[in-house]
Ligand binder design. Sequence first.
Ligand SMILES: Nc1nc2c(ncn2[C@@H]2O[C@H](COP(=O)(O)OP(=O)(O)OP(=O)(O)O)[C@@H](O)[C@H]2O)c(=O)[nH]1
Ligand SMILES: [Mg+2]
Length: 336
Amino acid sequence: MKLYSVKDYLTGIKRNDKIWISRALSLIEGRRIEQRDLSCQLISSLEKSLEKKSGKIIGVSGTPGVGKSTFIDGLGYHLTEDLKLRVAVLAVDPSSIRSGGSVLGDKTRMQMLASSDLSFIRPVALSGFTGGVHPRVREMSLVLKAAGYDYVFIESVGVGQAEFDLYWMVDFFLLLIGPNEGDAIQGIKRGILEFAHHIIVHKADEISKGEASITASQYQSSLQILRSGDDFIPKVQLLSTLDALKKKKMGEVWAILQDCMKDYWKSSFFQSSLSESLKQQLESKLKLDTIEMIMESSVFEKMREKALKELSFGKKLPGSISYESVKKLFQEKNLG
Ligand SMILES: Nc1nc2c(ncn2[C@@H]2O[C@H](COP(=O)(O)OP(=O)(O)OP(=O)(O)O)[C@@H](O)[C@H]2O)c(=O)[nH]1
Ligand SMILES: [Mg+2]
């Protein structure tokens, strides 16, 4: 990958040049030390200019197939076409989880939004990361904010522990659930209820509206109990994106969402979570940077070659070779 000067990236991003935005996003995804150095310089320059920008980062999560891409497509289309706002999307490419590479899966699933000049859609491969999003999507969103996008949507894969990372990276975290996912509250979903700013019971089409309403009231009452001490309690909204698009009602959907976002941003719950967000972001970045910096170093490569040789002698098994190699490396480098 060709590298450019920070000034070149900055100038391109600020004129909303999509080629330069893509180059900057690829730079941030890069793992080589020279890419990381440059990316770090770029992000710190961007951070200074971002204070004046009002763009918001919105996380969208939910079980596979619940309709996240369709929802972002429909809402994004309304924002760009009717309100003339700029909308960017970073979508974890589900095909990359199976194939290991980035195929333009979600770009084709957001065809309405992709047709607008005011949009920018970028599938992001997970590249071996196990969470629901690429750990550097926060930095990628900063590039998009600096490029003038009013809303940056991040679509993540799955529901569970992995989503908590995304929660700390965004300004508003939306959770989509299916019309009959009410029973799940008792089990695995409980955690995520503490990490959602708004819940949409999706695919609440005419035919499944009754079931969806029951699910919604189950979630709403669980939230009332779980979040009773906070001055912000997330709302549960029924939605069929397909119906809303047919009836041209995306404006009403957006109005409800906007009210909820405003309530959240003026709550003291939001104020008190700001410093925790920064702390959580720093914790996960520290782990990521440490692992990547070690793995990209020549020291790691030498250790790896030596360990593989030991394996080929056949006297030891991978478990002991690995632990002993790493321990020896740390002792040699006085990293105890
Ligand atoms: N009945 C109904 N189907 C919908 C609605 N919204 C989306 N779908 C359908 O649900 C299927 C999955 O939609 P996607 O938007 O790809 O769902 P997703 O959550 O992004 O899926 P992954 O990214 O693979 O996890 C598609 O066939 C959509 O047409 C809705 O409001 N009602
Ligand atoms: Mg999707």
